[in-house]
Design a protein around this ligand. Structure first.
Ligand SMILES: C[S@@+](CC[C@H](N)C(=O)[O-])C[C@H]1O[C@@H](n2cnc3c(N)ncnc32)[C@H](O)[C@@H]1O
Length: 233
């Protein structure tokens, strides 16, 4: 079990050592989300992990959520947590690679696509991340917590989220990404991605977050910068 703290309530979430089990970024989002007044009746949570963001939005904002994760252990924990908080009518969990799933989802059906994508998402060069098979990740490093999947063309989860947003977002819909800087250039990366997929990009919030809150045990620093990005069309 790991505790996920939100302004309204603390949640005890089932995790394993192979699932994102520190909720620093999810807590950062939860601290700030209400003030943005974003529509969130129908939400897609991409890379849901143990389900922190899905559970937060379903319980505190009455959102209907589709939660997706390719890690089987994450999907199993997420299902258990959804059941524990009696949210099975609001949250559906799909154990899928989002890259394979998004084209099958209904067009214009989400007011919010939300994700805390893999921590190293600004680094597209690291071959250790270019693996789809969760079990082949290097467990001795913090990478296993995030499973930064890339396809053979080097596209990562954010590429697919921004691609998917073009068809899946409702007219007034938005994408919100919460992430941190593992290598100092997340902001530049986000600007490039927004240009590439033609989104307006706004930095909603930025703050220092301790690596301990994120479970980055092998990181070579004590703090990283956390960001909440809004992408709209
Ligand atoms: C940083 S964790 C975030 C987990 C959770 N949303 C949270 O905030 O605690 C990123 C998650 O994305 C998942 N993921 C990475 N690539 C994915 C892909 N291509 N399709 C679906 N999930 C993916 C990982 O398995 C991991 O659970």
């Amino acid at each position: 079990m790991s505790i996920f703290k939100t302004p309204a309530k603390d949640y005890d979430l089932q995790t394993t050592e192979f699932v994102c089990n520190k909720f620093g970024l999810a807590e950062f989002l939860a601290e700030n989300f209400a003030e943005y007044n974003l529509k969130c009746a129908n939400v897609l949570d991409v890379g849901c992990g143990a389900g922190a963001l899905s559970i937060y939005l379903a319980e505190q904002f009455s959102a209907k959520v589709l939660a997706v994760d390719l890690n089987p252990q994450a999907a199993a924990c997420c299902r258990a947590n959804v059941k524990r908080y009696d949210l099975t009518k609001r949250i559906s969990v799909a154990e899928r690679n989002f890259a394979d799933l998004y084209a099958k989802l209904e067009e214009n059906s989400f007011q919010l696509i939300l994700s805390n994508p893999p921590i190293n998402f600004s680094s597209t060069e690291n071959p250790a991340f270019a693996k789809e098979d969760f079990i082949s990740m290097n467990y001795s490093k913090y990478q296993f917590l995030t499973n930064g999947w890339h396809d053979e063309r080097g596209l990562d989860l954010t590429d697919y989220i921004l691609l998917a947003g073009r068809t899946l977002l409702a007219e007034d819909g938005n994408i919100v990404l919460v992430c941190c800087d593992a290598d100092g250039n997340s902001a530049e990366y986000m600007k490039n991605q927004a240009d590439k997929y033609q989104y307006d990009l706004k930095l909603l919030c930025e703050r220092k977050i301790s690596v301990a809150e994120l479970g980055m045990t092998s990181a070579d620093r004590d703090f990283v910068r956390g960001y909440i990005w809004l992408l709209s069309r």
